[in-house]
Design a protein around this ligand. Sequence first.
Ligand SMILES: O=C(O)CCC(=O)C(=O)O
Ligand SMILES: [Fe+2]
Length: 279
Amino acid sequence: MKLETIDYLAPDAAEKFVESLHKIGFGVLRNHPINQDLVETIYKEWHAFFSTEEKYNFRFNVETQDGFFPAEVSETAKGHTVKDIKEYFHVYPWGQMPDSLRENIMAYYNKANEFAEELLGWIEKYSPSEVAEHYTQALSSMVHESTQTLLRVLHYPPMKGDEEQGAIRAAAHEDINLITILPAANEPGLQVKDKDGDWQDVPSDFGNIIINIGDMLQEASGGYFPSTSHRVINPEGQDKTKSRISLPLFLHPKPEVVLSDRYTAKEYLMERLKELGVI
Ligand SMILES: O=C(O)CCC(=O)C(=O)O
Ligand SMILES: [Fe+2]
């Protein structure tokens, strides 16, 4: 099944969107309520921030994981040995960030959280009853007023030619959280692995919003919604000189939320972070 872009305003949008999440683990929406001018402004402001030395004043707090993660400490995806070519900033409402960037990024954080709750309502409504009966509470209430939901501002720098052999912008991985909401980045590169094991480009027309299933919803739905591998490939030709900025919001349930008879959200997260060697 090819990943189709769904019109948020179409009468059958919710049903089609949830079908796409079930079949592919990804759904792409256009005509959605997230303001594109705000997204563009954030891309510009944070691109400027990443190009200054000021970012080093916000080095991440090891305990709480908010703040700036330089390229040298950037992630290595599960099962990989080479670091991704990226730097990023973890934004939490309670976390450190430059005062000058707070207003716009928090406006986006709040709006995208509200939108995510609406989409979780769609997912719940169109989950088959034998799947939905295992949800221990409404999906939207799992994340409502959660302090764990993480907005990651990612900067993939221009390619310099001295990158480590085999390194890519983001190696294949799955997200740990419930769902992820991601406005199309300012440059292409995001790919999803389909059922045949082939990499498909995610339709990343500027203005689209991309939603994917994370491991926690896969767990809570007994596998009905698959947490699909995705990656960001390196640019070619002219695009090598360009930075790519992206803005995934990782919806994390409140720690005490029961995902399944095996895990609470907190237990699940701890297990995964240990596996990744983060804690
Ligand atoms: O930059 C992107 O488009 C995707 C990033 C991503 O998948 C992640 O940070 O988990
Ligand atoms: Fe991801």
